[in-house]
Design a protein around this ligand. Structure first.
Ligand code: PFF
Length: 450
């Protein structure tokens, strides 16, 4: 059944929190966070990251959600509704749409790899292989053309299938099923990892801060990771915000999302680093950490196959709940602005993403000689969104809330028209008006100059 505007939105606060948390928890937490921590020296970076999440991430997240809930519209309609006299703000919506499509294009490539690793691990093809062979398998697979595209296509279909079912019967229902499974799998992985001989070193690496490891670049990385992990700056939170009920508390909802996202990122560290150290591997192996390093870890642990399959299923679930939130951004726009049905919107947009995404997938293999500004197509999409689009999006959202929307309207939204006390309001407003824009501008300039 097509969802209609009368039935717009999530049915409960729990549904909203789980869906938005599902959107936030993804490859960013389990694939990107551990290797970024590994490359930036461990514990001190995590503390910096947590500070960014709560001091900047939560206020910016609240701002983005306010835009969605107040307007009850898609990313373009939201700005048309809230700034009817200043059409220029609509370009913010356009930027969000483009960012969501570009992120989805390269994100679905890595999500597809994960499906391949479920197949490889469950069919026993990773068992007994030497580290060099495992690295070769990763290279052969990602450098190929058919299988990466095939798995990316399957992932796009899975996501589209859930989106077509609608907000309550698709997004909300499936995230309610998938998120608890994700948590259980993650806890099992942590227990396995912590009970390995030599796990201690990994825990020290994660939790003993060494501030001498923090450089200017790690500060940039920490903020970039916080924006990416919380899905800030590309309209996913405007879209989901428009589905949050009027009586829900936006402050506690945002705290829950940020808290759960950070908790899962740290649990991924706990699942991965003790195992990496226990088997004498390097924590700073970069993006291939989970695909090239972890299979060796699984190989050398008792019950490794089960844990390997469990881990890649976990990664797939995390990616899927995020791709759902990415696809919903353009789908809601097409449904509300172009008056397409959900099915048509989901299918046509997925097809468009597959066409752009195919270039990203092939940029590891047949197209790896095509470089733009020294980056492969995949690298370019990642770079464009992480360095430019997300920080610009986040900056403009905070300016919109801090300087454009009347203060009384912002308060009205956070206090649910006076029903909640919102005692934190002054601090929030100060951050959104001054601190967040300055910090984001700094990051943006530093990112561009780097
Ligand atoms: N937050 C997701 C992750 O950490 O994997 C990535 C993401 C999802 C970014 C949705 C942006 C977005 F709109």
């Amino acid at each position: 059944m097509e969802s209609t505007n009368n039935n717009r939105g999530f049915s409960s606060n729990l549904g909203a929190i789980l869906a938005a948390t599902g959107g936030a928890i993804g490859l960013g937490n389990i694939w990107r966070f551990p290797y970024t921590v590994g490359e930036n020296g461990g514990g001190a970076f995590i503390l910096l990251y947590i500070a960014f999440v709560f001091l900047l991430g939560v206020p910016v997240m609240m701002s983005e959600i306010i835009i969605g809930r107040r307007s009850q519209k898609n990313v373009i309609g939201a700005f048309r509704t809230l700034a009817p006299q200043h059409k220029g703000w609509i370009s913010m919506g356009v930027l969000s749409l483009v960012a969501a499509l570009v992120i989805y294009s390269f994100y679905s490539v890595v999500a597809g790899w994960t499906l391949n690793y479920i197949v490889l691990s469950s069919s026993g093809q990773l068992i007994g292989k030497m580290p060099a062979e495992i690295s070769q398998m990763f290279a052969d697979f990602t450098h190929g053309s058919f299988w990466p595209l095939f798995y990316q296509f399957v992932f796009l279909c899975l996501t589209a299938g859930i989106i077509i079912l609608g907000v309550q019967k698709g997004i909300e229902k499936y995230t309610k099923i998938l998120m608890p499974i994700l948590l259980v799998l993650m806890i099992l992985m942590c227990i396995r990892s912590l009970t390995l001989d030599g796990a201690r070193q990994g825990i020290d690496f994660l939790f003993k801060p060494d501030f001498s490891k923090i450089t200017g670049n790690s500060i940039l990385e920490a903020l970039g990771q916080a924006l990416f992990s919380l899905s800030i700056g590309m309209g996913a939170l405007i879209t989901y915000g428009s589905y949050i009920q009027k009586q829900d508390n936006l402050f506690t909802t945002s705290l829950w999302i940020a808290g759960a996202d950070t908790f899962i990122a740290i649990l991924s560290g706990v699942a991965i680093f003790p195992a990496v150290f226990a088997f004498g591997l390097s924590p700073a192996s970069g993006p291939s950490l989970v695909y090239e390093v972890l299979p060796n870890v699984f190989n050398s642990m008792p019950g490794g196959t089960i844990f390997a399959v469990g881990f890649f299923v976990l990664l797939t679930i995390a990616a899927l709940t995020s791709t759902i939130s990415l696809l919903e951004v353009p789908v809601l726009w097409a449904v509300e602005e172009l008056h397409w049905g959900r099915r048509k919107a989901a299918l046509l947009i997925s097809l468009a993403v597959f066409i752009i995404g195919a270039f990203c997938a092939l940029s590891f293999g047949p197209l790896n000689h095509v470089t733009i500004f020294g980056l492969t197509i995949f690298g370019l999409c990642d770079h464009l969104t992480a360095i430019y689009m997300m920080p610009i999006g986040a900056l403009l959202f905070t300016l919109f809330i801090g300087w454009y929307l009347p203060k009384a309207d912002v308060y009205d939204e956070l206090s649910n028209s006076g029903q909640l006390k919102a005692r934190y309001f002054r601090v929030y407003y100060f951050i959104v008006r001054y601190i967040a824009p300055l910090a984001l501008l700094n990051i943006l300039i530093a990112g561009i100059l780097s």
